[in-house]
Design a protein around this ligand. Structure first.
Ligand SMILES: Cc1cc2nc3c(=O)[nH]c(=O)nc-3n(C[C@H](O)[C@H](O)[C@H](O)COP(=O)(O)O)c2cc1C
Length: 356
């Protein structure tokens, strides 16, 4: 590996990142009824750009007013008020020399009907996670199996949210296909037992992701990025391997490789964890079957872990370290001794406390 890969530029599509470090998408649940995040939550993103991150992801923005929302206080990017709220944030991130990317998702079977205006929960199949919803202390409600109408309506939400992000000036858009939310619900046989063209074979389970990507790409200008996030784990039943084998996972990556996307972002419990009983980690398994730019995330917390993670990827994303340590990029550059944060420490992200 080149000696200072971490602080060397990297070009994706037509955008050059000044280094290989990014702010991972982080939901903050701070929005009020207008679905616009709190001022200090937006400021936080600008400060992380000022403090050296080359690429800044937004929290996951929900794609419609019907069934997409899974947590209270989530953001949308559909109305003029929402677009106008993000525009100055995006341009401030860009002025700091960073690239701004909007992540969007539909929560699928993880949705919480009480926070959705239409009170619906929809998913590929009427199957719930085994565990309870930690926010409600109740079982997740059984979702409605998505009809053709639901599929078309949800795709429209992804397209409209993309149009909102493009109007707000974002450099890129990310489709969140990870963590047990809707797109992931389709990809994994754990949550998809459909018998139509959207279920069964890997190609069929990939069809919904394909349709979302194709519809979204049509409205993402050529010079902006379209990235896709994937994981082998979900936030509910986190011990479950969502893809049964290495071959199944790599088959999906090969299908993604054929899509008009600019990068794949792989989210892991730990970047160095070996996957699917092999001696390879998720980045290695991904890289083996695609030449697309690759982002890796999960327990990257200091210079040594960042350098090691970059051996098999192009960009490292940090969530907890960059959330809790505003000087993280500089500290990594200086080779400071840093510690791994526990998940519970990140819960401050969901309080009213402004983060530095
Ligand atoms: C407060 C918080 C909110 C998160 N919200 C999102 C999200 O909106 N979208 C997403 O893809 N991942 C989300 N994640 C997962 C992170 O992006 C990341 O994949 C995970 O925390 C592992 O990285 P880390 O070890 O650097 O924390 C969130 C994580 C945290 C700590």
């Amino acid at each position: 590996m080149q000696p200072d890969k971490l602080f060397s530029p990297f070009t994706i599509n037509q955008l050059t990142l000044k280094n290989r470090i990014g702010v991972a998408p982080m939901t903050r649940m701070s929005s009020k009824a207008d679905s616009v995040p709190r001022e200090d939550v937006l400021e936080f993103l600008i400060r992380r750009a000022r403090k050296g991150a080359a690429i800044v992801y937004t929290e996951a923005i929900v794609t419609d007013y019907e069934s997409a929302q899974g947590y209270p206080g989530q953001a949308r990017l559909l109305t003029q008020r929402q677009i106008d709220a993000w525009r100055p944030v995006v341009s401030a991130i860009q002025k700091e020399g960073a690239v701004a990317v909007m992540q969007m998702f539909h929560c699928g079977r993880m949705a919480w009907p009480e926070v959705n205006p239409a009170g619906r929960v929809i998913a590929p199949s009427p199957i719930t996670p085994e565990q309870e919803n930690p926010l409600t202390g109740q079982p997740y409600p059984v979702p409605d199996e998505m009809s053709r109408f639901d599929i078309a309506h949800v795709i429209e939400g992804f397209v409209e949210t993309t149009l909102g992000a493009v109007e707000a000036g974002f450099d890129g858009i990310e489709i969140h296909g990870a963590h047990g939310y809707l797109i992931c619900n389709f990809l994994s046989a754990y949550s998809n037992q459909r018998t139509d063209g959207y279920g069964g074979s890997v190609e069929n389970r990939f069809r919904f992701a394909h349709e979302v990507i194709q519809a979204v790409r049509k409205v993402v200008p050529e010079d902006r990025l379209l990235t896709f996030r994937i994981s082998n784990w979900g936030v509910a039943d986190p011990h479950v391997s969502l893809f049964e084998t290495k071959d199944e996972y790599q088959h999906i990556i090969k299908l993604l490789d054929r899509e008009p996307i600019d990068a794949i972002s792989v989210s892991t419990h730990g970047y160095s964890d070996k996957a699917f009983g092999t001696r390879q980690n998720m980045a290695q398994l991904t890289r083996a079957v695609t030449k697309l730019p690759l982002m890796i995330c999960g327990k990257i917390y200091d210079r040594a872990s960042a350098d090691e993670a970059l051996e098999n990827a192009d960009i490292v994303l940090s969530a907890k370290s960059i959330l809790l340590n505003p000087d993280w990029v500089e500290d990594v550059k200086a080779g400071k001794e840093l510690r791994l944060y526990a998940s519970a420490e990140a819960n401050v992200a969901y309080t009213d406390e402004p983060l530095l």
